[in-house]
Design a binder for this molecule. Structure first.
Ligand SMILES: [Fe+2]
Length: 266
């Protein structure tokens, strides 16, 4: 019998003997089993140990294509959980505030990575590094937000289709993107998202102060990121910093916002 034929036979016959055959063959002369034989034996050993788990937790059948559902979908558990106050209305406000924030954080995660990779120009390295830092912060906040939804008895909706259909901020343009455009895009996007989260803080503060506190922490981070982008084109008394030097000899497209505080104290 050739070696190939022997290996083929071992692959077919070994699974029949299962764990017993595997034990004796460990010490036997033919240690070189075909991959299929090893995999099947490993699976047989694993399934013997997890028989009880399988009985307790049968796997749900997966249907294809998956049902689409509405956007977003926040299903409420039928098991005991610590619920926000304020009845159905309070619950909806709290879930809505968290879900909106989650969607925007996920949208920002995608856009920070897109810009991290494609940013070009004089400020490439500063923005490349800063966007990575923002991405990591956004990922942490998104996870906390999603898990707070679960903690108050609601599923969280992190589907790509939900982001596309419900986010208030657009996608960043594809392809290489100039450093000035990245600064303008994120200065505006973080402002929009910060204001959305601030509204959510107010919505949730009565029914669920814990959620409101979490959203405060997240808004704190978003406002910081907004400043870190805005600072690239912050005007000073020695330099109006219009972005002229990084935007092909044109001012950056950031309208000025009237100041609420008079620096002279009048
Ligand atoms: Fe990277």
């Amino acid at each position: 019998m050739t070696k190939i034929a022997a290996c083929f036979l071992a692959g077919v016959l070994l699974p029949v003997g299962l764990a017993g055959a595997a034990t004796t063959s460990d010490t036997g002369p033919s240690k070189v089993w075909p991959i299929t034989g090893r995999t099947q034996i490993a699976q047989a050993k694993t399934s013997q140990g997890s028989e009880q788990v399988k009985t307790l937790s049968p796997q749900a059948p997966v249907s294809m294509p998956q049902p689409v559902g509405s956007f977003p979908t926040n299903a409420v558990t039928d098991r005991p959980y610590v619920s926000p106050e304020g009845g159905v209305e309070g619950y909806k406000k709290t879930v809505g505030a968290l879900q909106r924030t989650l969607t925007e954080l996920q949208q920002l995660q995608l856009q920070t990575k897109e810009a991290h990779w494609n940013v070009s120009g004089t400020l490439f390295y500063s923005l490349h590094e800063l966007l990575q830092e923002h991405y990591e912060g956004l990922s942490k906040y998104a996870d906390e937000c999603a898990e707070r939804l679960l903690a108050i008895g609601s599923s969280s909706d992190g589907r790509a289709s939900t982001i596309v259909k419900t986010s208030a901020i657009p996608e960043i343009p594809g392809g290489y993107i100039d450093d000035a455009q990245v600064i303008v895009w994120f200065t505006n996007a973080y402002k929009t998202v910060g204001e959305e989260i601030r509204a959510g803080i107010k919505d949730s503060q009565d029914p669920d102060p814990t959620t409101s506190n979490l959203l405060q922490e997240i808004e704190h981070g978003i406002d910081k990121y907004q400043w870190q982008m805005r600072a690239f084109v912050q005007g000073t008394h020695t330099d109006p910093n219009t972005g002229f030097d990084i935007n092909n000899n044109k001012s950056v497209d950031l309208p000025s916002q009237p100041s609420k505080i008079d620096p002279n104290g009048k």
